[in-house]
Structure formats: C-alpha cells, structure tokens
Ligand binder design. Sequence first.
Ligand code: COA
Length: 258
Amino acid sequence: MSTEKVIVEKHPTYWLVRINNPERRNALSEAVVDGLIAVTAEVAREKAVRAVILCGAGDKAFCAGADLKERKAMNPDQVRVFVGKQLAMMNAIAASPKVWIAALQGACLGGGLELALSCDLRVANTNTVAGLPEVRLGIIPGAGGTQRLPRLVGMAKAKEMILTGMRMCAEHAQAMGIVNRVAEDHEAAAIELAGELAKAAPISLTQAKRAVDAGWDLPLEAGMLLERACYDVTIPTKDRLEGLQAFAEKRAPNYIGE
Ligand code: COA
C-alpha cells in the first residue's frame, strides 16, 4: 500500500517502491521507515512477484540517510529506539523472500547507502555519490554498514570508506564491487534487471538468495547442508514440474510461485 512518503507501483512480476521525501533528499524519516516496513511485509505475501525495485523521488537523491532534521528533535532514548527500528527495516529487506534491487541516483549517503547494502543488487545512475559519512557526524553507521560493507568489498576497502567518510562516484562504487551496473537511466536498468529475474521461478529465487546469504558466515560443510535444505524446498513445487514441462515443449515456462 502506498503512503505519502513511500509510493508503491505494482507490476505482475515486480514492484517499484519509491521513497518520496525529495525536499529532504529522500532522508529516512519515521514515516519513510514505517512505509518501508509495511511494504516489505506486504510484498512478501505476493507469490508471483520476484523483485522489488527501491528508488528515490526527484532527481537529486536515492536517499541522504537519516533525517537529520527529525533527529535533532529527538532525545537520546528516542534516537536509540529509532535507530533500532531503522535497522529492523533494513534487516527485513535483507531477509525478504523477494530480490531487492536498489536503483541509485545522486546522494546515497549514510543510512541511504546502508539501505542499498541491505538490498541484493544495486544499479547506479552516473550521477550517484555514495559514502558512509557518519564518523564525521559524531556517530557511526548504525544500520548494518560496518557489517554488510566489509562482507561485500573486503575489510581494507570497507575500513577506508567507514573511517574516512569518503564519498565516491558511481564508477568507483562499481570498481569496489558495491554497484552491479552503472547506467544513464538507473530506473530503466533496474527494470531490465527485474525482467531477467522474472524469467526465474519465484521460489527458486527465494531459496537461492537464502542459500547465499545464510551460507555466507557458515563453514563450507555447513553451507553445503544449508544449500541442500534450500534445494529440497524446490523439489515438491509445481514450478519445478512446469520448468521440466516447458523445456520438453520448447516454450517459456509460466511460473506461479507454487
Ligand atoms: N536529513 C534531513 N534533511 C536533509 C538531509 C538529511 N539527511 N540531507 C539533505 N537534507 C535537506 C537539506 O537540509 C536541504 O533542506 P533545506 O532546503 O530546508 O535547506 C535539502 O535537503 C536540500 O539539501 P542541499 O544540501 O541543499 O542539497 P544538495 O543537493 O546540495 O546536497 C546532500 C545534498 C545530500 C549531498 C547534502 O544535503 C548532504 O550532505 N546531506 C547530509 C547527508 C548525510 O550526511 N547523511 C548521513 C546521515 S547519518
């Protein structure tokens, strides 16, 4: 469901979710975080949807991180509670059964970059500026940045970004391995990627994502067992049989997410 601050465009195989707070460079206000929590829960129930594209309104920012104006009015306890809620929202996206694609443009800073890191794939407009400036604001990344970034790019590069608060362009972010694709039109590139995902069976995507994510921190042997458990989920599905049937009939499969 759309809210004033989070607009949802529903397509049969993907949803496009737009943070709509352009006057604050799509900063993560309480209303934005609440809207994203709601949409993450809602899309999880849609069997045929494979992907969620997350983008920002206007042409200046994906998301400029925490809403620093709202934050200024909070007392320390309120900050603690809100930071926890923000992290829970990003963890829910990371654990979502759908594939989340962050379509980046302009400012992608602090919590904005952490939000992008909680997604599975990232495409970036050439105008993207990404960074984790928190240490320059007297705090540290508090929504997974210190944990997800090193896992993605390695310890040395992550420490350089986190400890210096440096800002980087799209090409640099791609060279670092943060961004999958750089494009003139980031939303078109994300929609194209969602089109590729639409060729896959929804349950396969969910289980493949789970195998990669949950296996990451496991010893290899335990990871193999986890992969096997994820594979087993696909065996009794109608879509597995449809994949075999479509292959035999030399046609595209029609997957339903069951
Ligand atoms: N929270 C709240 N408001 C924000 C914001 C944020 N994170 N980022 C930008 N805004 C607001 C600005 O205060 C400004 O509001 P105003 O018009 O009332 O003055 C408006 O958005 C436009 O910002 P401005 O700085 O004029 O635009 P810009 O395009 O030149 O720069 C940024 C955009 C995002 C690069 C710059 O605003 C910035 O560095 N923001 C802080 C980002 C940050 O440190 N985030 C990490 C938080 S932990």
